[in-house]
Design a protein around this ligand. Structure first.
Ligand code: NDP
Length: 295
């Protein structure tokens, strides 16, 4: 195995520490409001972790719970209340919402100035227009990891993003484009995907198919930033046990790549860390404070 393993866990810890230093210098504490609707166990864990991260970074975290039976109007009313609350800098609506609720409509109710997940149409539009704004956390985390591994100047690198979702693929492609990379977006209709991937200096699988990208899809020395999180059976750990794997087949890709991010411990922790940087950015922009350099 020759690739350098780029630990999202370590980089995220560093980003969180820098956020904490930056927060300590702000005139007051930024505040993140997290909304959890229903009792999805995975979402409960995510929300708990996000609250913990926020508080450890010295920011205020407000947790709002709504029952799974909440109506669309109730969810949107809570968002409206938080939009109007001057003490709240960021609003995070934990997804997925329970069945019957419309996540897109709810997200659109979030004040773009408080859209720390970067998911509103305004945030997406600002990204595609190259205007400043809040960027979605997972793609932002990918760019930070690429810079940590390859240096701050990514210009001219050929990035192949596999996946064109609104949450990951498209914003990742646009963020790398903003870094002056040459970007290819591949998807389920792409012809000869392995050959397209072999063109990449930076390969970003964001598909949701366990270990789809094999070592012979990777150009020797390229960086693989694995966004996929897939739970698969792990009989070797015992009956009924499972484990998380990425969209890249780690071992065969690591034999060929120059740098590779693991799953778990890669893009996932970076996503959480970028929520904190976004909360700081949102607070500074709303309150007219200079934005500290974190990254
Ligand atoms: P989506 O299902 O929304 O999008 C998947 C994309 O992959 C689509 O654009 C689809 O193409 C493409 N695709 C599907 N099958 C193939 C194939 N055989 N060959 C090429 N492309 C294919 O998923 P998300 O973007 O929301 O998530 C992608 C992965 O990233 C998931 O594993 C998810 O769990 C993970 N994730 C990780 C995060 C993190 O923090 N690390 C955060 C968010 C997501 P088409 O458009 O043509 O259908």
């Amino acid at each position: 195995m020759s690739a350098v393993r780029i630990s999202g866990t370590e980089i995220a810890a560093d980003v969180r520490a820098k956020v904490a230093v930056a927060v300590a210098d702000l005139p007051s504490q930024p505040c993140l409001a997290v909304i959890l609707v229903g009792e999805d166990p995975a979402s409960e864990v995510y929300v708990r972790n996000k609250i913990k991260d926020t508080e450890e970074a010295g920011m205020v975290s407000v947790h709002h719970r709504l029952p799974a039976s909440a109506t669309q109007a109730e969810v949107e009313a809570l968002i409206a209340e938080l939009n109007g609350d001057d003490g709240v800098d960021g609003i995070l609506l934990q997804l997925p919402l329970p069945k019957g609720l419309d996540p897109d409509a709810a997200i659109e109710r979030i004040d773009p100035a408080k859209d720390v997940d970067g998911l509103t149409e305004v945030s997406a539009g600002r990204l595609s227009l190259g205007k400043p704004g809040l960027r979605s956390c997972t793609p932002e985390g990918c760019v930070i990891m690429a810079k940590r591994a390859l240096g701050n100047d990514l210009s001219g690198k050929h990035v192949v993003v596999i996946g064109r979702s609104i949450l990951v693929g498209k914003p990742a492609a646009l963020l790398f484009l903003a870094e002056n990379c040459t970007v290819t977006i591949a998807h389920s209709r792409t012809k000869d995907l392995p050959a397209v991937c072999r063109e990449a200096d930076i390969l970003v699988p964001a598909v949701g198919r366990p270990e789809m990208v094999k070592g012979d899809w990777v150009k020797p020395g390229a960086m693989v930033i694995d966004v996929g999180i897939n739970r698969v059976p792990a009989p070797e750990k015992g009956e009924g046990k499972t484990k998380l794997v990425g969209d890249a087949d780690y071992n065969s890709c690591a034999d060929v790549a120059g740098h590779i991010t693991p799953v778990p411990g890669g893009v996932g922790p970076m996503t959480r860390a970028c929520l904190l940087t976004n909360t700081v950015k949102a607070a500074c922009a709303r309150r007219g404070w200079p934005v500290p350099e974190i990254g």
